[in-house]
Design a binder for this molecule. Structure first.
Ligand code: EPU
Length: 419
């Protein structure tokens, strides 16, 4: 299994380009199942999750070609409406095919997603919404069996804001008979991008980007050509990489509107941030000031940046708290960060981080995607060598991260490891 070897201490300089968004391209790929024909999707990141979703679409019967960050998906011959266990267990976002399969074909068999490194991740809201639209849902042999020849529009109020449940319900409702009204829908940029993708395909959606969305079902949707939005979490991770290493970097291809919360908090650390069109220039202060954050649904501080923020706070000049409210147990990185000298005390879903002057390299292990990113960030500033094992997690969601970091002057290499 591959690992990263990082020698910390280099100040990052230069410019880096952000890739297309993982969490936007995955539901968009699923949405291609809603129409018959050929889609072209550009600015697609070369990631393991994109390969997994491509594999899933091929199982369903689509032809999928990925070349030079472009996906060509032909959905004319879809005839097998199943997401098998082997794929769902490696990528929970496979559940995104449920809505489109129900919308276009009136049936789907999806392996029930099991445990996750982030803690419990129920899908009750997805299933309840499908039932409200008229689907019959059964569980058999670890599979969700969904049936419902023609879904019917309904009113659905989500008790909590869920990106996945909103996306899935939208995709089921666009071809349902009549009107569906979603309240307390998620408003993350990836949901807005999905809404825009569906509208371009011919869907009738009012209230794009709002908590209340009205969908009027149509009979047919058409294939389109579209580009994926920039990855706001990759951008945030590189912003922290610039700040944590005392660096001065330019981050290109960002949508500044999607990262205002990260920008505001990073500025409070003393980091100077200049916005130039769709680029950011990050200039780190002599010492990072402590800034407490609490994760929240968009536009709050993203849970997908929590691990990276704890890494940054580990070297701050003082104490901060980082509270996780979305995935209460998402703290796998904490014990590994402590191995490289971070001082973190946990109290339930609250991390109390006491900044230290110096982190010290040590062998550590990745446990999930964003935890891996936080370990890399800490390793970039830790004194000496840090070996990060199980880095397959990072390949799920960061395109060529070590190449990008190396181009900024980091000393990071991918080697074969024994773990
Ligand atoms: N929830 C339920 N029931 C459901 C669905 C969600 O109780 O049926 C709860 C969750 O347990 C959580 C909250 O609702 O407490 C919000 O979860 P959400 O459904 O919004 O998360 P998700 O759709 O499963 C997506 C991203 C995650 C990201 C979260 C939150 C994708 C593929 N995944 O997950 O991304 O953390 O939204 O923003 O878009 C990552 O990229 O590292 C990642 C984990």
């Amino acid at each position: 299994m591959d690992k990263f070897v990082v020698y910390g201490g280099n100040r990052l300089e230069g410019s880096v380009k952000i890739s297309g968004s993982k969490n936007s391209v995955l539901p968009i790929m699923a949405a291609t199942l809603l129409a018959s024909g050929t889609f072209e999707i550009e600015n697609v990141p070369d990631l393991r999750d994109v390969a997994t979703m491509s594999h899933l679409l091929r199982i369903i019967g689509a032809e999928v070609i990925f070349k030079e960050n472009k996906l060509i998906i032909n959905t004319e011959r879809c005839s097998f409406f199943e997401a098998p266990y082997e794929l769902v267990k490696t990528m929970r976002a496979s559940i995104y095919v449920l809505g489109p399969l129900m919308g276009r074909f009136g049936r789907g068999k999806i392996s029930y997603p099991g445990g996750c490194a982030l803690g419990p991740r129920p899908i009750d809201l997805h299933l309840k919404a499908m039932e409200t639209l008229g689907a019959q849902i059964d569980l058999e042999g670890g599979y969700i069996i969904a049936k419902g020849d023609k879904l019917k529009g309904a009113e659905i109020n989500f008790p909590i804001s869920s990106v996945g449940a909103t996306g899935n319900t939208l995709m089921a409702a666009v071809l349902a008979e009549g009107t569906t009204v979603l309240t307390n829908a998620a408003i993350e940029p990836e949901i807005v991008a999905l809404e825009e993708f569906l509208v371009d395909m011919g869907a009738k959606i009012e209230g794009i980007g709002k908590r209340k969305i009205t969908i009027t079902g149509v009979n047919k949707l058409s294939p389109i050509k579209k580009s994926v939005i920039p990855d706001r979490i990759e951008a945030g991770t590189f912003m922290v990489a610039g700040a944590i290493t005392g660096g001065n970097i330019e981050i290109q291809n960002v949508d500044v509107r999607h990262i205002t919360n990260i920008i505001d908090n990073l500025e409070k650390t003393g980091t100077k941030i200049r916005v130039k069109d769709n680029s950011l220039i990050i200039e780190a202060p002599d010492r990072i000031q402590p800034v407490s954050v609490k994760t929240e649904a968009y536009p709050g501080f993203p849970t997908d940046m929590q691990a990276q923020w704890i890494a940054l706070m580990s070297i701050a000049d003082g104490t901060s708290t980082v509270i996780e409210t979305i995935f209460l147990n998402r703290f796998n990185h904490v014990s590994e960060l402590k191995r490289i000298g971070a001082r973190i005390d946990m109290d339930g879903n609250k991390a109390l981080v006491t900044g230290v002057k110096e982190l010290k390299g040590a062998p550590v292990m990745s446990s999930d995607l964003r935890a891996s990113a936080s370990l890399i960030l800490a390793a970039l500033v830790a004194k000496g060598r840090t070996d990060i094992s199980r880095i397959y997690h990072i390949d799920r969601g960061y395109e060529k991260i070590e190449k990008k970091l190396r181009s900024l002057g980091a000393e990071i290499t991918r080697t074969e490891g024994s773990l």
